[in-house]
Design a protein around this ligand. Structure first.
Ligand SMILES: CCCCCCCCCC/C=C/CC(=O)SCCNC(=O)CCNC(=O)[C@H](O)C(C)(C)COP(=O)(O)OP(=O)(O)OC[C@H]1O[C@@H](n2cnc3c(N)ncnc32)[C@H](O)[C@@H]1OP(=O)(O)O
Length: 393
């Protein structure tokens, strides 16, 4: 629960002239400091994500409450029930700020983060330069520069497994990128995995309606998620330097207009190993892009492809040496981003539009089949085996 509260608190924030105790430091916040700008506030939100050490629940609740006060003003949400422990603690912390002005809350948030950063050391885990314009996501780093919006999956310690929050944040980031002034969008991963697919702990949080309700909600979420890729209007590029496993590769490979991979990357869709079935429209796009026989090896038998093999099969646009990958790919992307954006958009539209209806229908069918698969013994056993550390891919 502490971990969950921390993750929740990472996008939020603390209060004013007060001394907050937690195991590592005593924070003395100065209310008379200069007013923090929106940019200072955004920088502080990014800093929170880079903290190496957990500052403790008390501070996390402060961060949460100040963030909410700074962005939404005084708490006017209904009070959560007594058994909803995390949400109740958050509500109490926010409500305790009363009518504290938004600007003061913003300043206090910035002050608190600054104290935390100097006391708790920042992590150097993320790629350099990725904190330039991240926008308060918890599982992503989103930056926008030189006409390129970069959406980077940012759960490196979990190999960028997609938890429910990440599904929502990716959808949000794609929708925002479709409307921003960038010309192209790049999807990539931080750490040594592009992604390890669906976070298998997504299967553990069973709602009152039982596993059937869980599976139904999962199918709705997945359909919406893949739908966002199908409808994404701008050129989308997947850039992967390392292994891509399972879930995300399918939609991002099938719908990207370009896929760049380093010679260290691999592509693996182990649906059968997990008692599941193809998703992300891969049952339709892969046999078209590759050949039906090669797609069967990949989608039915879970054969892992090297970047070179994936390129030979047409799944990957080009493979670069690992040592020069970033430089070569970003030089190319920056050149693409200078092309007339409307022309690129329209060209993508004309390539993809006649397939759109079909893709949505395939997506719906795949999600419905998966909903049944998630209730099968085969799937449940595979998830239990992973979670009990009996298996890895
Ligand atoms: C009813 C459910 C509704 C859900 C909502 C919708 C879902 C839509 C699903 C659509 C279908 C998708 C299909 C797929 O995605 S299939 C792919 C699933 N992925 C896997 O099976 C990968 C499992 N992971 C591994 O095999 C290995 O971790 C690895 C990726 C090969 C890496 O091994 P390595 O030894 O290097 O590293 P660790 O195993 O120690 O991993 C580090 C920590 O990361 C955690 N981890 C990694 N991957 C996942 C994952 N997919 N889910 C959850 N957790 C993951 C791992 O447990 C370690 O955590 P720890 O440090 O806390 O132990």
């Amino acid at each position: 629960m502490a971990h969950l509260a921390w993750r929740l608190a990472q996008r939020w924030c603390p209060s004013s002239l007060q001394v907050i105790s937690f195991p590592v430091v005593q924070l003395h916040l100065n209310r008379t400091a200069m007013r923090a700008s929106q940019k200072d506030f955004e920088n502080a939100m990014n800093q929170v994500k880079l903290l190496k050490k957990d500052p403790g629940n008390e501070v996390k609740l402060k961060l949460y409450s100040l963030y909410k006060q700074a962005t939404e003003g005084p708490c006017n949400m209904p009070k959560p029930g007594v058994f909803d422990l995390i949400n109740k603690a958050k509500w109490d912390a926010w409500n305790a700020l009363g009518s504290l002005p938004k600007e003061t809350a913003r300043q206090n948030y910035v002050d608190l983060v600054s104290s935390l950063s100097s006391s708790l050391e920042s992590s150097s885990q993320v790629e350099p330069g990725t904190d330039r314009k991240s926008t308060g996501y918890e599982t992503l780093m989103v930056t926008s520069e030189d006409g390129i919006t970069k959406i980077m999956l940012n759960r490196p310690t979990k190999k960028n497994a997609l938890n429910v929050e990440m599904y929502h944040e990716i959808m949000h980031a794609l929708k925002a990128a479709s409307k921003d002034d960038s010309a192209i969008t790049v999807l990539t991963g931080n750490g040594d995995y592009y992604s390890s697919g669906n976070d298998l702990t997504n299967f553990t949080d069973i709602p009152p309606g039982g596993v059937e309700e869980k599976a139904k909600n999962g199918a709705v979420l997945l359909r919406e998620f893949v739908g966002c890729f199908i409808d994404f209007p701008k050129p989308l590029i997947a850039s992967g330097q390392c292994p891509a496993l399972g879930h995300l590769p399918s939609p991002s490979l099938g719908y990207s207009i370009a896929v760049y991979a380093s010679d260290r990357a691999t592509f693996h869709t182990p649906f059968s190993h997990l008692g599941q079935s193809p998703e992300g429209c891969s049952s339709y796009t892969f046999p078209k892009i590759m050949s039906p026989a090669k797609a069967t090896e990949m989608l039915v038998f879970g054969k892992k492809l090297t970047a070179g093999e994936a390129c030979a099969q047409g799944l990957v646009t080009e493979v670069f040496p690992d040592s020069t990958f970033q430089k070569e790919v970003w030089t190319r992307l920056k050149a693409f981003a200078k092309l007339p954006p409307n022309a690129m958009r329209i060209s993508k539209e004309i390539i993809r539009n006649r397939e759109k209806e079909k893709l949505h229908a395939v997506n719906a069918e795949e999600c419905s089949v998966l909903q049944g698969r998630w209730l099968s013994d085969e799937c449940m056993n595979a998830v239990v085996n992973f979670l009990s550390r009996k298996s890895k891919l």
